[in-house]
Design a protein around this ligand. Structure first.
Ligand code: T4K
Length: 401
């Protein structure tokens, strides 16, 4: 296409990409290195490297305190944490989930031969639409897993009501929502359990890691056993279990990251506001908005591109950015229902997922975090502005022909 090739060649304006080194979405935040290395030294001295070590216990306690929840069970990553929580809460049959999420939400169910039933989202909140959820309930439904996408909370109240009314388990994939609140209460307190991700790309990371938080004593105890093969004593196994343990080096990173949490959030907020300011008057693009009366981690800067107004598509804009070495990501394109095995299992799922399909074509995640400075954000915003202006001019010229 003419416009596509013209846009792709935008990089030639500067005769070289704007950034020599790639500017990635997902560059990890790293706290105070010396504190981390001190902890690692202590860990070596102790010769306790994994399996409920002192750092893991300390991290669990600190997270539980921060969130105001009774139990935090740290794990090796959020996918395994989801799998364990799903098994421990006794989900079977069908579970309602959004399709507009990272594939791990669906896989954690399918891995245990539970059918993820994809439900549409609200196009404003990007989260499960409770009215649609009700429509997806069948006699095989045992639960709902809401995803607090981008850290923005689901409609917790309505989902709780639906779950209560139909006697369903309610869980939240809170992979994005560590440090966020809903009506003044920290995410982690809702449903039967909530699951955080501490993957390297998250604003708070433990290299790889995750945690399930819950106020349910029995559930917490069950998950503690399940993450350690089901062992309840040296020679006693009580449940089917797996290896979901967090290592001490990950917990050391977590404790170090926790010390820098306010700085990470401040930086994300500053970056977000700068993007918002500098893109404010660019036609056809806008950032996903956060309710500033709540706590947020602002770890995702999500741009929505309205092709008709911007005169270029999200994919075209991404190509322009990549040509400039800005590695913006199309999270969560094309939606789980269009990925295998779900695409083959439910070839017509898209018919009920109009908002998911619409949004998956519009959304672009932009680089942020402590590795991205104000100058870089200005350059990214100028490129977006330039791309939109250029696309508009090209279209106008084409129309005049
Ligand atoms: N539920 C939801 C809603 C989730 O979003 C996720 C994970 C999960 C559950 C499961 O959580 P975990 O089991 O992972 O704890 C990334 C992350 O791998 C994934 O954790 C995250 N969501 C998802 C949104 O993003 P990819 O495929 O984009 O990751 P990757 O490795 O390509 O990294 C993205 C970019 O980050 C790279 O282009 C470069 C940069 N990067 C990455 C790493 C690992 C770095 O600069 N340094 C690094 O060390 O999925």
């Amino acid at each position: 296409m003419l416009i596509e090739s013209q846009l792709e060649s935008l990089a030639i304006f500067s005769h070289a990409p704007a950034f020599r080194e790639g500017l990635h979405v997902g560059r990890p935040n790293i706290g105070r290195r010396e504190r981390f290395l001190e902890r690692v030294n202590d860990m070596f001295d102790r010769r306790w490297l994994t399996n409920n070590g002192p750092y893991t216990q300390e991290l669990e306690q600190r997270i539980a305190d921060l969130i105001g929840v009774k139990h935090c069970v740290a794990m090796c990553n959020a996918t395994v944490a989801l799998e364990i929580a799903i098994r421990a809460t006794g989900l079977t049959g069908e579970v309602i989930v959004p399709s507009f999420t990272f594939i791990a939400t669906a896989h954690a169910l399918q891995w245990q031969e539970i059918t993820p039933v994809f439900c549409d989202i609200d196009s404003k909140t990007h989260n499960l639409n409770p009215h649609q959820v009700e429509k997806m309930i069948t006699p095989r439904t045992t639960g709902i897993i809401g995803v607090h996408l981008w850290g923005r909370p689901c409609d917790v109240e309505q989902l709780s009501e639906i779950a209560h009314h139909h006697n369903l388990t309610l869980m939240f994939d809170a992979a994005h929502a560590f440090g966020c609140s809903y009506k003044g209460q920290m995410i982690g307190n809702f449903g039967d359990a909530e699951v955080f991700s501490f993957h390297a790309t998250k604003f708070f990371n433990t290299f790889e890691g995750g945690a399930v938080v819950t106020n349910d004593d029995e559930l917490a105890e069950k998950m503690r056993l399940m993450k350690n093969f089901g062992f309840s004593g040296y020679d006693t196994v009580t449940y089917i279990g797996t290896n979901g343990k967090m290592s001490e080096v990950s917990a050391a990173m977590g404790l170090t990251s926790l010390e820098s949490l306010p700085e990470f959030i401040d930086t994300n907020y500053r970056n977000y506001k700068q993007y918002q300011r500098e893109l404010e008057d660019v036609p056809g693009v806008h950032l996903v908005i956060y309710d500033e009366s709540e706590k947020f981690n602002y770890q995702y800067v999500i741009l929505e591109v309205d092709e008709l107004t911007a005169q270029l598509s999200r994919n075209q804009l991404q190509k322009v950015l990549i040509a400039e070495n800005i590695l913006a990501r199309r999270y969560f394109y094309p939606g789980c229902h269009r990925m295998e095995p779900y695409r083959s299992y439910f070839p017509h799922a898209g018919l009920l997922l109009a908002n998911t399909e619409h949004l998956a074509k519009r959304v672009l995640s932009l680089p942020t975090g402590t590795s991205v400075g104000s100058k870089e954000i200005s350059v990214i915003c100028s490129i977006i502005r330039l791309a939109v202006r250029y696309a508009t001019e090209v279209r106008e010229q084409l129309q005049q022909r």
